[in-house]
Design a protein around this ligand. Structure first.
Ligand SMILES: Cc1cc2nc3c(=O)[nH]c(=O)nc-3n(C[C@H](O)[C@H](O)[C@H](O)COP(=O)(O)OP(=O)(O)OC[C@H]3O[C@@H](n4cnc5c(N)ncnc54)[C@H](O)[C@@H]3O)c2cc1C
Length: 356
């Protein structure tokens, strides 16, 4: 550090910028350095008036562009004061999460609906980032290793984009992305909410690792389907080097509906395997309509491993990612047989016990 040239800080200019941050109500067209509208309508008007402004939510991604890359943001449009974007609307059919709802709040609501997500929710960043980062920021940022998108894809979520001129449009989350950190949002558009459909009344969340409405599973061998009537199984897996506060090397979320031992519907979201978060369509097709047996799972593992060509980088090699993808599907299968989920927390507890 001592060898780097000193950074010149113009304190007077900085002070002036800070003073401008005072949260007084502003007209959407006012050309201020920091704009923070309090309603969705004003926010969209400001977006239309200032399409070049940097949109910011919790700034846990954008903040790093400033602190690490020393980018200067001439104008910032803060979405987090708009009341509609901070709301969670719960109806019998869906959970609609405003784009500026924090990750903590969003995951708390999703975990209340799907308790098996508790550990995954805890693995997203650390508490300070979850408390200021937003669900909309994670989705809009579109990182291929972002954690909420594989989950939202598996849950068949829709994103709602809005502009002042054309109103709202909804699309499946995976259709938002067109390439590495590229998306279909127009310069006057914003992500306003994420809509997650709730399971129909016949489906509901089983205890972790156990299919709902299944009496004790009876099958599991190559040809005997696991006996389950109307079961829904949802598991989200994050593989990273550190347990806490680390970015995924691979993320896989599997959401399976079975009836009488046959896969009725499979919905699979994956991260860390392509330039964008993706739906594993070929693997879904390999599972759909098949008996939920080890033979089906083995076949689907081969499809999943061939479906993507993950890159090698500092987090993992492509080969490792491909192997792990298949292994996670196998783990999902084993957990669906009704055994206790193989969690790191459990392994640590067992180690601790044996050490004492
Ligand atoms: C220490 C640390 C750990 C992290 N760990 C994880 C992790 O485990 N998993 C993970 O997925 N991510 C992780 N992240 C990344 C980051 O926290 C998330 O991507 C977070 O959800 C971003 O949300 P934000 O509100 O802070 O977005 P911001 O940084 O404010 O914005 C991110 C991008 O989204 C755009 N944007 C924001 N809101 C909208 C909107 N409503 N409409 C249109 N565009 C919008 C912004 O213009 C910007 O391009 C981590 C970051 C840090 C610093």
């Amino acid at each position: 550090m001592a060898q780097l040239p000193p950074m010149a800080v113009n304190e007077a200019e900085l002070l002036q910028k800070l003073e401008l941050l005072a949260l007084t109500p502003q007209a959407p067209e006012a050309n201020l350095a920091y704009i923070a509208p309090t309603t969705q309508a004003e926010l969209l008007a400001a977006r239309a008036a200032h399409p070049q402004a940097q949109v910011v939510a919790g700034a846990t991604d954008v903040g790093l562009w400033v602190t690490k890359q020393h980018r200067q943001l001439a104008q910032v449009l803060d979405v987090t004061r708009a009341a509609e974007l901070r709301r969670i609307d719960d109806t019998p059919e869906h959970i609609a999460i405003g784009a500026a709802v924090t990750l903590t709040e969003a995951f708390a609501r999703l975990t209340a609906q799907w308790p098996s997500l508790a550990e995954f929710a805890h693995r997203f960043a650390g508490l300070p980032v979850r408390n200021s980062g937003t669900l909309g920021g994670n989705v809009a940022n579109g990182s291929p290793i972002g954690d909420s998108m594989p989950l939202l894809i598996a849950l068949r979520a829709q994103v709602v984009l809005a502009s002042q001129a054309r109103g709202e449009r909804a699309l499946p989350l995976e259709a938002l992305y067109t390439g590495y950190r590229q998306n279909v949002m127009a310069p006057d558009e914003l992500l306003v909410r994420i809509v997650v459909p709730k399971p129909s009344p016949t489906e509901s969340e089983p205890p972790p690792g156990r299919p709902k409405a299944a009496s004790a599973p009876t099958g599991g061998s190559d040809d005997t389907p696991v006996r389950s009537v109307g079961a829904n199984i949802l598991q989200a897996y994050k593989i990273s080097k550190r347990f806490d506060d680390d970015i995924s090397a691979v993320c896989l979320v599997l959401n399976l509906d079975t009836a009488d031992g046959t896969v009725q519907r499979a919905s699979i979201g994956a991260g860390g395997v392509a330039a964008t978060p993706v739906r594993a369509q070929q693997t879904e097709a390999a599972l759909q309509g098949q008996p939920w047996t080890e033979a089906t799972v083995q076949q689907a593992m081969r499809v999943l491993q061939a479906e993507f060509s993950p890159i090698s980088d500092m987090r993992a090699s492509g080969d490792y990612r491909r192997t792990v993808l298949g292994n996670l599907l196998q783990r999902f299968w084993l957990e669906s047989l009704g055994g206790a989920p193989a969690s790191i927390a459990q392994l640590q507890a067992t180690h601790l016990e044996s050490a004492l």
